[in-house]
Ligand binder design. Structure first.
Ligand SMILES: *Cc1c(COP(=O)(O)O)cnc(C)c1O
Length: 513
């Protein structure tokens, strides 16, 4: 192992840490080659085909650890996070997530196990899957839940594929071709329907923002595969006629899919299963204690009623009472198959497990209670300012979020909802969700979540009051915002059409200029 070629294999002639005196740890020691191989192969490099061996060492940046640490900390500080401030991004449930859950998910028994280990060596892990599922079943009123899907949108797709498999199994795969969604649905709902091969039928909401039963009756037929709905809906309004809605869809043989992104509003109070839904996804990263945003790892378990269980992705975790052992059941002949590798996003599942166990049934109920209270408190404070209106049934209390309309403000001062959102960044707040749902043109969708204090909500209302004042007296300061952020206004259309995602792409773009 001392040939010249070996040194070539390990391009570590220069120590990686170059600004400090190299220590003995900086010297690279190649991993020892197992005896069986080294006996057969004198030169390990011959194991790699010649044409695949690189000729020059890779041009890696040479940095000390502390430089790297500072670099990443700096990047993190340039970002806005739940840990740095109030983040009322509606529909996303940006609550504070206790660090203890992260800590538990990093335990070596969670982070270092291999999902192909024999079940007897990972009994505790399968038990976590099993018990997490039991708790989710109980919360949603469902028979079984798959923990595989890796996000809400992935859960929607899984749920609709399960529904499709059910219809196919009942000889209606070719005739049930439509999925109904209300006009205030999240964009992922029609996208899911399209991806699963369905035609989307959009129904208009009533004047009070709720599902129009007459429009629904007119839309359903023997072609209806399912209705996709979230309750409370994206306006934060509870669909009080849900039992009737379910009956209309079920009467034509269709099924009901529950978009569980708003589960934070009803947890422990009512169950989608009791409302008549047949399938639901949870967003563990929204409701159950996983930090998210920026596309980080999520988890979107899908719960279903009894008749849909055979079609769920496999395997499902099981407990054998006789032997007292947990195992994964692959014996599901009608399953739609696997939709994600291994156990799903296990670290997120473990966080949800820890979150549910630490809060308990009463604690989870209090989460929703406080989330709804916070939303209605802040809604009142903001409406009292007089700049924004509450479209759709202002007399009905909201659940965990509310949508304001900035149409009047824009007409009066020229300041749009986007401008307000940008100014909020300067004042230390993440912006609410803007321009969603689409049925409110200057929409500002605020979801304070249960974890914020009254003091934070009051400070946010103060900031909104200031913006209202500025919009009348000094609109330039709003139009120039944000000024305190690393980047100011960006061309969002260009960013979406020609995204620059890597340093390499940036360099290429620069070179072209
Ligand atoms: C967030 C959200 C989704 C999609 O969930 P992801 O986990 O982001 O894929 C679907 N519907 C609604 C109402 C949402 O807020």
């Amino acid at each position: 192992m001392t040939t010249e070629k070996t040194t070539k294999l390990a391009y570590y002639k220069e120590p990686l840490v170059f600004e400090m005196e190299p220590t003995k740890y900086d010297k690279y020691s190649p991993p020892s080659i197992p005896k069986e191989i080294s006996k057969k192969v004198k030169d390990p490099l011959t194991l790699i085909p010649k044409e695949m061996q690189r000729e020059n060492p890779p041009n890696l940046p040479k940095l000390a650890e502390f430089q790297l640490a500072r670099h990443y900390l700096h990047l993190a500080q340039m970002n806005f996070a739940v840990d740095s401030g109030f983040y009322p991004l509606g529909s996303c449930t940006m609550k504070y997530n206790p660090k203890i859950n992260d800590f538990i998910s990093l335990d070596h028994r969670v982070a270092m196990v291999h999902p192909f280990q024999p079940a007897r060596t990972v009994q505790g892990n399968i038990r976590i899957l099993y018990e997490t599922e039991q708790m989710l079943n109980e919360l949603a009123g469902m028979e079984r839940t798959t923990l595989q899907p890796s996000a809400g949108a992935h859960g929607e797709f899984t749920g609709i594929m399960v529904i499709r498999a059910y219809h196919q199994d009942h000889g209606e795969g070719d005739t049930r071709t439509e999925i109904i969604v209300p006009d205030n649905a999240h964009g992922t709902n029609p996208a899911t329907a399209a991806m699963a091969g369905y035609k989307t039928v959009v129904i208009k909401s009533k004047e009070n923002g709720l599902v129009d039963l007459e429009a629904l009756k007119a839309a359903v037929s023997e072609k209806t595969a399912a209705l996709m709905l979230t309750n409370p809906n994206t306006l934060g309004l509870f669909e009080s006629e849900i039992i009737e809605i379910a009956k209309i869809v079920h009467d034509v043989g269709g099924l009901l899919y529950y978009d569980g992104a708003n589960f934070n509003a009803i947890m422990g109070f009512c169950r989608p299963g009791d409302m008549g839904f047949d399938a639901i996804h949870f967003n563990l990263h929204k409701t159950f204690g996983t930090p998210h945003g920026g596309g980080g790892p999520g988890s979107g378990p899908v719960g279903v009623v009894k008749k849909l269980v055979p079609y769920l992705p496999k395997p499902l975790p099981e407990f054998d009472k006789k032997s007292g052992k947990y195992y994964l059941n692959f014996d599901m002949p009608k399953s739609i198959g696997k939709i994600k590798g291994y156990w799903g996003n296990f670290a997120v599942i473990v966080r949800a497990y820890a979150y549910m166990l630490s809060l308990g049934a009463e604690g989870l109920k209090r989460v929703s209670e406080q989330a709804v209270l916070n939303a209605n408190y802040l809604k009142k404070k903001l409406l009292d300012l007089g700049g924004w209106t509450l479209p759709f049934a202002p007399e009905i209390p909201r659940k965990h979020e509310f949508v304001l309309d900035g149409e009047d403000l824009k007409k009066e001062t020229g300041i749009s909802t986007l401008d307000v959102a940008k100014r909020l960044l300067d004042l230390g707040f993440h912006a609410p969700t803007v321009y969603f749902p689409l049925i409110v043109h200057e929409a500002l969708m605020v979801e304070p979540t249960e974890t914020e204090s009254k003091r934070t909500l009051d400070t946010f209302a103060e900031a909104m009051k200031q913006i209202l004042k500025e919009s009348k007296e000094n609109p330039e300061v709003i139009l120039k915002a944000p000024q305190n952020t690393p980047v100011s206004r960006v061309d969002e259309v260009l960013a979406a059409k020609e995204p620059i995602l890597t340093w390499f792409m940036y360099k290429q773009k620069e070179a072209k200029k």
